[in-house]
Design a protein around this ligand. Structure first.
Ligand code: MOS
Length: 726
C-alpha cells in the first residue's frame, strides 16, 4: 500500500461536519443542564438559595448537596477508582477549590439553564487556602513514603552524590514548568439517557470503560446496564482520560425527569472541572568529566498535588535513562495545594522532565565547549542504566544524526549570539532529545469477515484524532491484501467490546496487537495460509457461513491474566516499560531555529526538524500529523501556554481561549518530520512502539536551548516570557 492509498479514516466526515461527537447527540425531548461553581478558594457553603433560579421559566430541576442524589464517589483513577479525582461534588457542603461545582441546573432550554445558573446564590464560610508551591499552608510529602509502590520508588543507581562531588565539570540549576490545561477543541460534555433501566451515555472520552464502570459504581447499577458511546473524540490529551463529576448527577437528573439531559461545560468551567498539568519544579545536578562525559545526575522534583489526591509522578523514569548515566539519584515530592486534582496532560511528566534535563545537558555542553549533538552522542546508552536490561530497541543516536543532517546542523556557529538572519535578526539553533515509555494494555478485538468480502473490526480503543482507526484499517487491509475501502473499524463503544483507557500513547499499538491476533485466528478459521492475500468473499463463502467472527484478547508480556479482568472492569492496567526481558521506550530528537526580535525580545520559532524512533510506523499519514501537532504543542509550552494563578483568589484566571494562549498558524514556522521506521520486533510482532506523547518530549528544551544560543540568556522557566530575556 503506498502512502497515497493509506486511509485517513473519518477525514471526510470531520471536514464536512458529518462526524457526531458526544454532545452532538440530541435525542427527542432532551433537557439542558448548566453547572454552578464555587466562587471562593476554599470553605463551606452555609446557605444555598435556589429560589430565583427555580422561578425561571423552563427550569425543571436544581441539584445540589441539599438534595440526596443517591450517588457515591467513583474513586480516584490512580487509587482503584474511575474518576479524575476522589472528590465528588454536590454530596456535601465542602468547597475544596475555586471553580468546584456546587449545583446543577436543568431546564427545557440551554438559555433557561444558563440564566438560572447565574441566579443561584451561595453564602460561604471561607477558609485560608494555598495554590502555589511556596505558599504558607501547603504540605510536602515524599512520593516514596506517600505512595509506597515499587514502581513509584525513587530511582537510585550507583552513588550519584559522591560521583557528582568528584566531577570536574558540574551543572546545578533549577527549572520550573508552570501549570497548563489541555484545552481540546471538543468541550467536556455529554448526554445521559435512560432506556428502560439501561443508562446510555454519549460523551467524548478516552475511557468509555471507566465511564461505564464508574457510573455503575456511583449509581449502584450492574455495569451491563450502562452503555457509553464515543465514536469520535475531539481531542483528549489526558483531559478525558477518566470519569468527570458532572456525569453521575446528569444521570440522576435524567432519571428524575424521565428525559435525556445534555450538558456541555462552558470553556471556563473546563479549567476547573477536570485535571490539568501541575506545576513542577526540578533541581538538576549533572556531573561530567572535562569532555562532557556524564558521571552523575541528581534529579529532584516537586510536583503540585491537590489536598485530596496524589498524582503518581514518574519524571525520573526518562531522565534516568536518556543517557548512559551510571550514578543517578531521583527524588520526587508532592506539594498539596487547594486545587482540583492535577492529572495527565500529553507527556505529563516527560515534557517538563525533558525541559529540565535537556536544558541542563545544553548548559553542560556549553560549559564543556562541546557541540550539543556530539555531547549527546558521546553519552548514548547501549543498555538500560537503571535495570541493566537491554532496550527492546533504541535509535536515539540515529534520530540525532538524521535530524542534524536534515536541519543542516553542521552550519551552526557554536557561540551564543553569533548567528543572524539576513535582516540582522538574532538567530539561535537548539537541539534536545526525548523518550517516552512504550507501555501495553489488555485489549479485546473482534474481526468479522463477511461473505460480501467486507471486514469489520470491533475493538477496545478510542479515536481521539490520533489516527487509531486509520491504523487499524490499514493494518487489516495490508494483512489480508484487500482494499482499505472494504474494512471498517468501530472503537469507543462499550456495546461492542470492553475498553481499557486509551492514554500513555499505548492505544494504537495495544489495539493493533489484539487485531493482529484476531486476524491470525480468522485465517485459521478460513483455512487460508497465515500470511499473504486472502479472497475474503470466497473464503467466507467456502465455510458455508454468511460471516466468520473471531475474537482475541491480548495483554502485555509481563501481565497476569487478572490484568484482563481489570480492563473488563474499566480499570487501568498498563504493562511496561520495564518488561521481563527488556525495557521499551520510543525516542525523538528535535532541532529548532528561533529568531528573537531585537526591540522587544519576542521569540519566533522559524524552523523545526523532528525525527522519531517509534518502531514501525503504523499509519504514516496520521503519525506525521501527530508529530506536527506535538511540535505545535511544544511551541505553546515553550512560549505561551500558562494557566495563571492569583494566590489571593485561587482557581485559574485565564480560563478561556483568548487568555490561555495556544499557538496560531502565525506562531508556527516550517516543520519537517521524519521517522527512523525500524520495526521493534523484540517488543511485539507488529514492531510498533509509541508515538503520541514522545513527539512532544524535548520540543520545549530545544526551543529554550535555541533561545540561549540566540541571546546568551538561559531560560529556566516555562513558558519563556519576554521579561525573562530583557
Ligand atoms: Mo494521556 S496525557 O496519557 O491521557
Amino acid at each position: 500500500m503506498t502512502n497515497a492509498e493509506m486511509p485517513r479514516v473519518g477525514a471526510r466526515e470531520k471536514v464536512t461536519g458529518a462526524a457526531r461527537y458526544g454532545a452532538d447527540h440530541t435525542p427527542p425531548g432532551v433537557a439542558y443542564a448548566m453547572p454552578v461553581v464555587a466562587t471562593v478558594g476554599k470553605g463551606r457553603i452555609t446557605r444555598l438559595d435556589t429560589t430565583a433560579a427555580e422561578a425561571v421559566s423552563g427550569v425543571l430541576l436544581v441539584l445540589s448537596h441539599l438534595d440526596d442524589l443517591g450517588i457515591v464517589p467513583a474513586g480516584y483513577i490512580m487509587a482503584g477508582g474511575y474518576a479524575f479525582q476522589s472528590l465528588q461534588p454536590l454530596l456535601d457542603d465542602r468547597v475544596a477549590y475555586r471553580g468546584q461545582p456546587i449545583a446543577l441546573v436543568v431546564a427545557d432550554t440551554l438559555v433557561a439553564a444558563a440564566e438560572a445558573a447565574g441566579l443561584v446564590r451561595a453564602v460561604y464560610e471561607e477558609e485560608p487556602f494555598a495554590v502555589e508551591l511556596d505558599a504558607a499552608g501547603t504540605e510536602t510529602v515524599l512520593q516514596e513514603e506517600a505512595l509506597p509502590l515499587p514502581f513509584l520508588a525513587d530511582v537510585v543507581v550507583g552513588d550519584a552524590d559522591g560521583a557528582y562531588e568528584r566531577s570536574p565539570l558540574r551543572v546545578d540549576a533549577v527549572y520550573e514548568a508552570g501549570p497548563q490545561h489541555q484545552v481540546p477543541m471538543e468541550l467536556i460534555g455529554g448526554v445521559a439517557e435512560w432506556r428502560g433501566d439501561t443508562l446510555v451515555v454519549h460523551e467524548g472520552s478516552q475511557s468509555v470503560g471507566a465511564l461505564r464502570g464508574g457510573l455503575a459504581r456511583q449509581l449502584g447499577l450492574d455495569p451491563d446496564r450502562v452503555e457509553v458511546i464515543a465514536p469520535y473524540v475531539g481531542g483528549g490529551f489526558g483531559q478525558k482520560n477518566s470519569l468527570q463529576p458532572h456525569l453521575a448527577p446528569l444521570a440522576v437528573a435524567a432519571r428524575r425527569l424521565g428525559r435525556p439531559v445534555k450538558l456541555v461545560l462552558p470553556r471556563a468551567d473546563t479549567f476547573h472541572a477536570a485535571s490539568f498539568r501541575p506545576v513542577s519544579r526540578h533541581r538538576v545536578r549533572l556531573g561530567a568529566d572535562r569532555s562532557g562525559r556524564l558521571l552523575a545526575a541528581i534529579h529532584e522534583v516537586d510536583q503540585q498535588a491537590s489536598r485530596h489526591d496524589l498524582l503518581p509522578a514518574s519524571y525520573t523514569e526518562i531522565t534516568s535513562r536518556l543517557y548512559d548515566i551510571r550514578n543517578f539519584r531521583g527524588r520526587q515530592r508532592h506539594v498539596r495545594t487547594d486545587v482540583q486534582t492535577p492529572g495527565y496532560m500529553r507527556a505529563p511528566f516527560e515534557h517538563p522532565a525533558a525541559f529540565a534535563l535537556e536544558s541542563a545537558v545544553d548548559e553542560l555542553a556549553h560549559a564543556a565547549g562541546r557541540d550539543p549533538v556530539e555531547l549527546r552522542l558521546a553519552n548514548d546508552a547501549v543498555k538500560d542504566p537503571v535495570t541493566g536490561k537491554p532496550f527492546s530497541s533504541r535509535h536515539l543516536a540515529a534520530c540525532l544524526r538524521r535530524g542534524a543532517e536534515l536541519f543542516g546542523w553542521a552550519g551552526r556557529s557554536p557561540d551564543p549570539c553569533s548567528m543572524r538572519a539576513a535582516d540582522g535578526t538574532p538567530v539561535g539553533w537548539g537541539v534536545a532529545a526525548g523518550a517516552y515509555p512504550a507501555m501495553t494494555v489488555p485489549v479485546l478485538a473482534r474481526v468479522r469477515a463477511g461473505a460480501d468480502g467486507g471486514v469489520l473490526v470491533e475493538a477496545g480503543g478510542h479515536e481521539m484524532g490520533q489516527g487509531m482507526t486509520s491504523a487499524l484499517v490499514s493494518a487489516v487491509a495490508q494483512d489480508l491484501g484487500i482494499g482499505a475501502g472494504s474494512v471498517r473499524a468501530v472503537v469507543g463503544d462499550t456495546r461492542v467490546a470492553p475498553h481499557h483507557l486509551t492514554a500513555g500513547a499505548w492505544g494504537t499499538h495495544s489495539t493493533l496487537l489484539a487485531v493482529h491476533a484476531a486476524l491470525r485466528e480468522l485465517r485459521e478459521r478460513l483455512g487460508v495460509p497465515p500470511e499473504g492475500p486472502v479472497d475474503v468473499a470466497a473464503a467466507v463463502a467456502a465455510t458455508g457461513e454468511r460471516e466468520v467472527v473471531t475474537e482475541a484478547v491480548t495483554r502485555g508480556p509481563g501481565q497476569p491474566p487478572e490484568a484482563v479482568d481489570r480492563m473488563r472492569a474499566g480499570l487501568v492496567a498498563p504493562d511496561g516499560p520495564d518488561y521481563p526481558d527488556h525495557v521499551a521506550f520510543s525516542f525523538v530528537a528535535h532541532f529548532v531555529e528561533v529568531r528573537v526580535e531585537p526591540a522587544a525580545p519576542r521569540v519566533r520559532v522559524s524552523r523545526v526538524v523532528s525525527v522519531a524512533d517509534c518502531g514501525r510506523v503504523a499509519s504514516p499519514v496520521t503519525a506525521d500529523a501527530q508529530v506536527r501537532g506535538a511540535v505545535v504543542w511544544g511551541i505553546g509550552a515553550a512560549l505561551s501556554e500558562h494557566s495563571e494563578v492569583d494566590p489571593r483568589f485561587g482557581g485559574f484566571l485565564n480560563a478561556d481561549l483568548a487568555d490561555y494562549v495556544i499557538p496560531v498558524n502565525a506562531d508556527v514556522g516550517a516543520i519537517e518530520v521524519d521517522f527512523i521506521g525500524e520495526p521493534d520486533l523484540t517488543l511485539n510482532p507488529m514492531g510498533v512502539k509509541t508515538l503520541g506523547e514522545v513527539a512532544l518530549v524535548g520540543v520545549a528544551p530545544a526551543i529554550a536551548n535555541a533561545v540561549f544560543h540566540a541571546t546568551g540568556r538561559r531560560p529556566r522557566r516555562l513558558p519563556i516570557r519576554i521579561e525573562d530575556l530583557l
